[in-house]
Design a protein around this ligand. Sequence first.
Ligand SMILES: Cc1cc2nc3c(=O)[nH]c(=O)nc-3n(C[C@H](O)[C@H](O)[C@H](O)COP(=O)(O)OP(=O)(O)OC[C@H]3O[C@@H](n4cnc5c(N)ncnc54)[C@H](O)[C@@H]3O)c2cc1C
Length: 348
Amino acid sequence: MKLKDEKDRLSYKNIWVLVEFTSEGTVHSATFELLGAARKLADDSGCEVWAVSLKANRAQTSPLLISYGADTVLEIEDKRFEGFNDELECSALERLVRKYRPDILLGAATVRGRALIPRLASKLHTGLTADCTGLEIDRETGELLQTRPAFGGNIIATIRCRDFRPQMATVRPKVMKVSEPNAERTGRVISETLAADDFLKIKQIVETVAETQSTVSLGDARVIVSGGRAMKGPEGFKLLEALAERLGGAVGASRAAVDNGWIAYPHQVGQTGQTVQADVYISCGISGQIQHLVGMQSCRTIIAIDTDDTTPMMQMADIAVKGDLFEIIPEIIKELDKTGNGKGGFEA
Ligand SMILES: Cc1cc2nc3c(=O)[nH]c(=O)nc-3n(C[C@H](O)[C@H](O)[C@H](O)COP(=O)(O)OP(=O)(O)OC[C@H]3O[C@@H](n4cnc5c(N)ncnc54)[C@H](O)[C@@H]3O)c2cc1C
């Protein structure tokens, strides 16, 4: 929606977070991450956070959303939201946006979010910055500064949407940290209903097929042992598996290792792989190009092992160990076995 003048600009208020539900009907963890980010932005700009929830007949989620930072929950509860119909959701959201005029609208860059949010931006004729790694309010203009890697990750761009509203951005799960919930927080709930116009009848859901669970749960792992080109082959990854097993962790990889066919794609960390937020990330022979760093830089403690201490990974690591990983990792494993610490009971 193109801004006409300053008065029009001021008519847009508040920050919306689109609530995403898992296929089991619980609130997706990415929603809590976004609520935390939105709360900080709202505190900086003196506005409200609205959680916008389109749901079928699910349990009451409003108190939960309020405890994670929402001031207002705007909801439509209707059994026709069962499953996922991006046309229906988009149509209902477009109507709500035109009615309540949010200044900023944030959503999760999940599979559903990637189907729904660009569609919504196009309907509203506004810009969308996908896969942001940072969000801030410009104190001078009040505009949203949306930071994301660009040109294959070779530069970090900060994008603003000057002339259109709402300012829309998506963030990948695990990029932002979840804030502690506060059960004492209070807020209001606005209930809306579906309108006859929301049914475009273009698409009909015939069958829903459950997603095949990946055996690699990097997203939830507390400890990740990740290997790069230096692993030299699949055998090298067996060493990392042995270490990860002792630490109760999962194995990650750089794209170089995946492209070489040494380990499967679901293990890849980075811009075109998974984004992770482990307590401990142990990088073994990964130089730390920006496309890798964007996927793991939010990990709490980063340990890097590399023969070259000038690499970006070694420079940004909390603990940088210079040396040959094929000597160092067997020593760590030996030590863990000796002390009995490596029984999956690793404490970060
Ligand atoms: C559009 C695009 C998207 C991309 N997406 C991703 C992505 O999602 N994830 C990703 O990882 N990459 C991605 N890349 C690739 C990225 O740019 C790098 O090429 C890649 O991350 C390099 O992998 P690496 O660090 O394992 O290899 P290298 O850069 O070759 O680093 C190997 C490191 O191992 C060290 N080393 C060598 N031998 C030893 C030893 N014996 N002991 C200890 N250290 C040793 C070296 O000193 C070096 O630092 C992408 C690139 C593009 C263009």
